[in-house]
Design a protein around this ligand. Structure first.
Ligand SMILES: NC(=O)c1ccc[n+]([C@@H]2O[C@H](COP(=O)([O-])OP(=O)(O)OC[C@H]3O[C@@H](n4cnc5c(N)ncnc54)[C@H](O)[C@@H]3O)[C@@H](O)[C@H]2O)c1
Length: 394
């Protein structure tokens, strides 16, 4: 059996000849680079990885109908940066049965040297989410709200999902007013599969079935060791932080597969990576978030779906404020001392800000991170790796 790409191309063609063929309207130009800052006007983009993955599949399943539906006997020209990748891409296309596949000699470098005009696909470094749609669960508060706000600011149609219709709609209206973005709120208790499916169906109806980004942020916490944690605590934490994430990943992947791509970002925790004092049940769930992230990335890389997670240390959100107020009623000094203790846990001697976690969620959602999948990114003021750092006295 031949390896993908083993078949030989049908020769080379100069950039000037390519341009003449395009102008005559009788050729399909395919750019096989995985990252494309500039390209031949009118060419079809097909990453080499996508082509290789599809080498054994029927062409009808290929991402771009411009390639799948193109007559196999009509001419094709393949280009890339310098010409080398084009040879591999051309070989794969020959394996698919294309009969007349030429390589553009010297790739895009030669195209530019010949004074031919390039189009620019993406404003690299802009971290733009324009044209994308994003679901953020638990986005009525804290980190989720900061992520939804930044996504809306960067141009994504953003869907805020949270426990009640009232909180989701109010947060969406607030974010829309702040950013000028298109933001919609829906009720969705992530621990309930039927609610997740209903909310995703509403989002899909609004975004033309094109869900690009899913952030699984909704989560709850619990304080306790194995001795002070009860079975009911385990079930409650599991139902939101594990089952809830599972329900949403499943609904998200089902929605993304037909589009041959998507991006899933899960909120893990430093408690996913090592033991945090008195976080037995919480750590159990966040460890599962980490491994669900890896499993999804592994199973669905072939579908163009990326899956990553973020592991924050303590972040100053309403959740932390609520914990402090409940723990120190009528005791502002006790509350302040605990706040300081929680802050100096981080080597940077402060808690993170929700917007600092949102910045990582933006990177992972944007095309700038296109080569990242199956990873956990810490946003932790040095907790994980600056083990030996000196902290201020409490
Ligand atoms: N704040 C931190 O220090 C910290 C650190 C590491 C990880 N995290 C993780 O980040 C995420 C967000 O934390 P936060 O501090 O912003 O919390 P938060 O309590 O401020 O906000 C969580 C949001 O999730 C919603 N929510 C809770 N249960 C839900 C459910 N079943 N269905 C839908 N929505 C639900 C809440 O209504 C709330 O709006 C969580 O997954 C948390 O575990 C937080």
């Amino acid at each position: 059996m031949k390896a993908a790409g083993e078949a030989k191309a049908d020769g080379q063609i100069t950039p000037a000849e390519t341009k003449a063929a395009i102008d005559a309207g009788k050729v399909l130009v395919i750019d096989v680079r995985d990252t494309r800052d500039e390209w031949v006007e009118g060419s079809v983009q097909a990453s080499l990885g996508t082509l290789a993955f599809k080498a054994d599949a029927s062409m009808a399943d290929f991402k771009d109908p411009a390639i799948a539906d193109y007559p196999k006997s009509d001419p094709v020209i393949v280009t890339c940066a310098l010409g080398g990748q084009a040879a591999i891409g051309a070989g794969i296309l020959k394996d698919f049965g294309f009969e007349n596949v030429k390589i553009m000699d010297g790739g895009m470098k030669a195209w530019k040297e010949a004074g031919l005009v390039c189009s620019t696909e993406y404003d690299w470094g802009s971290f733009s989410l324009a044209g994308k749609s994003a679901i953020v669960t638990g986005a009525a508060s804290g980190i989720g709200k900061a992520i939804a706000t930044l996504y809306a600011k960067k141009g994504a149609d953003t869907y805020v999902l949270d426990l009640s219709e009232e909180s989701a709609v109010a947060a969406a209206a607030e974010i829309a007013a702040e950013t000028g973005g298109k933001v919609t709120g829906f009720a969705c208790n992530v621990s309930k599969e039927d609610e997740v499916n209903a909310a995703f169906a509403k989002v899909l109806a609004k975004c033309n079935n094109k869900l690009d980004i899913l952030v699984n942020n909704a989560g709850i916490a619990h304080v306790g060791t194995v001795l002070t944690t009860e079975g009911a605590d385990m079930d409650r934490l599991y139902s939101v932080n594990v089952r809830g994430v599972f329900h949403c990943i499943q609904a998200g992947v089902k929605a993304m597969i037909p589009n041959k791509g998507g991006n899933i970002i899960n909120l893990a925790s430093i408690g996913s990576i090592f033991g945090i004092k008195e976080r037995f049940a919480y750590g159990m769930t966040k460890g599962a978030v980490l491994t669900m992230t890896y499993a999804t990335a592994t199973d669905h890389v072939k579908d163009g779906i990326r899956s990553n997670c973020i592991a924050p240390a303590r972040v100053h959100t309403p959740f932390v404020e609520g914990f402090l107020s409940r723990s120190f009623p009528g005791d502002p000094e006790g509350k302040a001392a605990k706040f300081k203790e929680l802050s100096v846990y981080q080597p940077m001697a402060r808690m993170g800000q929700p917007r600092e976690v949102a910045a990582m969620a933006l990177y992972l959602a944007a095309d700038e991170s296109a080569f990242c999948t199956g990873q956990c990114y810490s946003v932790d003021g040095g907790v994980e790796k600056c083990f030996d750092a000196v902290r201020p006295e409490v």
